[in-house]
Design a protein around this ligand. Structure first.
Ligand code: GTQ
Ligand code: FE2
Length: 371
């Protein structure tokens, strides 16, 4: 007997909350399959769990293994039109082999050889770069060349033209974060090619966007309208580092300015609104002083962390890893996370929290506080 394969498969299982398994029930389920119908009573446990229960798993990728893999790709794989980027995505083991770090977030290591460039394109996906080591690449956003160096955070909001140029004699690697999975599930993606070559241009210390926007507390009177994404294309390490060390110094002087004892943290924000840098992505930097333990914390939405400096033990769900510089790990939605460090730990973090906040679906909980 041949039958057109239907993607719907209904198994009659007899449990207290399921109907009695009879020949008639089987017939009903076969007719459901043919009509592409699925009853709620077989799905409710999966679709309406008491709390988020992510398919994504906690997972750690070690920089000591990622970087050599990217360097090898640098030897074997050219960069150019079509493939566009030598970017290698972290594939969460719970997400069915897709190149997705979490259900909403893409995280990749990208690698450029000396004097190589990655062609200009644009897409609706929001993106950023974060640099854990090295320098020498300029990311060119709408013609504005932005230097990339260790500790810099470089947002690149959707639909801006961008290409990357390595102007140095050394290879450079960095991480990319994008909302690719979210826009893919939502069928919201547009993409366009630009010129194949990034035009040769100056490689200035400071981008035009920084010259206009990187002055704390000051806003040009010609730009008073809030924009949905940040116009500032580089958040330099010098400022992030100082903000964090000053929080810890103020705490030591008795001021309650840290998130919790020994835990300084800042969020990268859009200077036109004070909100997250891009509509779908939140980025933060966390610094734990030596001998610090964080509370156990969980929230709706997923995060990816990269260790910027220091060492520590990270617990996500029921897994604990010892981490060091460059290591990346994933915290799925509503999974508990806790950090412990003896010598101090600096962490870059990105998450999809703005999506959930805007939809009033965001929740968080810290152990020891009322729910
Ligand atoms: O550098 O433009 O990791 O378009 C994925 C898609 C990087 C990029 C990625 C991209 C880019
Ligand atoms: Fe891109």
């Amino acid at each position: 007997m041949t039958q057109v394969a239907s993607p719907v498969r209904l198994e009659a299982v007899e449990t207290a909350d399921q109907p009695k398994h009879t020949a008639e029930l089987d017939m009903l389920y076969r007719s459901f399959e043919r009509q592409l119908l699925i009853p709620l009573w077989t799905e409710i446990g999966d679709l309406m769990p008491p709390h988020p229960s992510s398919r994504a798993l906690p997972h750690l990728w070690r920089w000591s293994e990622l970087l050599p893999a990217a360097a090898r790709a640098g030897e074997l794989v050219p960069v150019g039109r079509g493939g566009e980027r030598r970017a290698i995505a972290l594939a969460n083991p719970g997400l069915g082999g897709r190149p997705f770090a979490t259900p909403t977030l893409w995280a990749a290591i990208q690698y450029l050889n000396p004097h190589e460039d990655a062609p200009v394109h644009r897409h609706t996906q929001n993106a950023f770069r974060f640099v854990v080591e090295g320098e020498g690449v300029w990311t060119v956003v709408n013609g504005d060349p932005v230097a990339m160096r260790r500790g810099d955070f470089l947002p690149q909001a959707g639909w801006n033209w961008h290409g990357h140029l390595n102007r140095s004699d050394r290879p450079m690697a960095w991480i990319d974060g994008l909302d690719i999975p979210f826009q893919s599930y939502a069928d919201a993606t547009f993409f366009e090619y630009g010129p194949a070559e990034v035009e040769t241009l100056e490689s200035p210390e400071r981008s035009r966007s920084e010259r206009l926007w990187a002055h704390p507390g000051l806003r040009p009177l010609t730009h008073l309208q809030p924009t949905p994404a940040t116009p500032l294309l580089a958040y330099r390490w010098e400022y992030t580092d100082r903000a964090l060390s000053e929080q810890l110094a103020l705490e030591a002087e008795g001021e309650a300015v840290t998130l919790e004892p020994g835990h300084a943290a800042v969020r990268y924000v859009n200077p036109t609104s004070g909100s997250d840098i891009m509509p779908t992505l939140r980025t933060e930097f966390h610094r734990l002083a030596p001998d610090t333990e964080t509370a156990v914390y969980k929230e709706v939405g997923s995060s990816v962390f990269q260790v910027f400096d220091g060492t520590g033990d990270v617990t996500v769900g029921d897994i604990t890893w010892s981490v060091e510089r460059g290591d990346l790990f994933v915290v799925p939605s509503w999974q508990q996370m806790r950090l412990v460090t003896e010598h101090g730990l600096d962490l870059f973090r990105f998450s999809d929290a703005p999506i959930f906040e805007r939809l009033h679906l965001h929740r968080s909980h810290q152990e020891g506080t009322p729910s």
